[in-house]
Design a protein around this ligand. Structure first.
Ligand code: ATP
Ligand code: MG
Length: 260
């Protein structure tokens, strides 16, 4: 069996006085896309932070790229090749402009100013964000920040992506574009998400964190019948359609759908 890219072995961790992880084992192999799910406060973000050395285990081992990682020097090397998308984009973005923020990683990896700028422009372009390059980062909308934060990671061409709720705050069309982009990337990914579409589009398997333990989840796809309401919003004067004779601007309809 090939060496996993990432591995947690019997990891225990707690913040002062409060245990969070109580013996967690995890392996991520090359090419795998694993969803990490679990209730709020279960420790999903903490687990990602352990993998990049932002917090250190109380017991157990963190192995990345086949080697145990313990010291700050170990993790400095790890952070250059593991791209962590923070749950809060404000933790990721700190430069005055978008282009500077996205070029920061490549510069830090030793690229020249011109190369870093080219990396940043190319990454923004690939994500459809070229128009944001000159914008002031802290004035971006929440969704724009999310996408720029992802660009800051992808510009470094990491070997593995650790994504903490990547679609949080994105509208449906933007989310769809983002998922399409992520689905086309070759990197292994560990993705924290509660978003059904993320699981459907990206995840090959799921692991569930609850009460300090990690268990293998079951991902299955099956046809189902459900009942739901649709809210249609129409502009004033627009013909409502959907067989609604009243032409009311807002209407809800209940119906049976067979999603098979
Ligand atoms: N810096 C900190 N100091 C003390 N406690 C913390 C700290 N960070 C997180 N915690 C606590 O540790 C637990 C796990 O937090 P974590 O953020 O990892 O959960 P999560 O699964 O990512 O939750 P969510 O789904 O809400 O993002 C929570 O009880 C949280 O309150
Ligand atoms: Mg979290």
């Amino acid at each position: 069996m090939t060496e996993p890219l990432l591995e947690l072995i019997g990891v225990h961790f707690g913040y002062v006085g409060r245990p969070v992880l109580r013996g967690v084992d995890l392996r991520l192999a090359a090419g795998e896309r694993v969803a990490l799910i679990g209730p709020n406060g279960a420790g999903k973000t903490t687990l990602l932070h352990l993998l990049v050395g932002l917090v250190r285990p109380d017991a157990g081992e963190v192995r990345v790229f086949g080697r145990p990682r313990r010291t700050e020097a170990d993790f400095r090397e790890v952070r250059a090749r593991l791209g962590l998308l923070f749950q809060d984009s404000d933790d990721q973005l700190f430069c005055p402009t978008v282009l500077e923020d996205v070029a920061f990683g490549p510069l830090n990896l030793g690229r020249t100013l011109a190369q870093a700028r080219a990396d940043a422009e190319q990454t923004l372009d690939a994500l459809g964000l070229a128009g944001l390059a000159g914008r002031v980062t802290h004035r971006l909308s929440g969704g724009e920040k999310r996408l720029v934060a992802l660009a800051t990671i992808l510009a470094m061409h990491p070997a593995v992506l650790l994504l903490d709720e990547p679609t949080n705050g994105l509208d449906e069309a933007t989310e769809e574009r983002l998922l399409g982009h992520l689905a086309g990337l070759p990197q292994a990914m560990l993705i924290v998400s509660h978003d059904r579409r993320v699981l459907e589009r990206l995840a090959g398997r799921a692991v569930v964190l609850a009460e300090g333990r990690l268990a293998e989840g079951i991902l299955h796809r099956h046809p189902h019948t459900h009942q739901h309401a649709h809210l249609h919003v129409h502009a004033p004067g627009e013909v409502a359609g959907h067989g609604d004779p009243s032409g009311a601007p807002v209407h809800a309809e209940h119906h049976q759908t067979d999603d098979a």
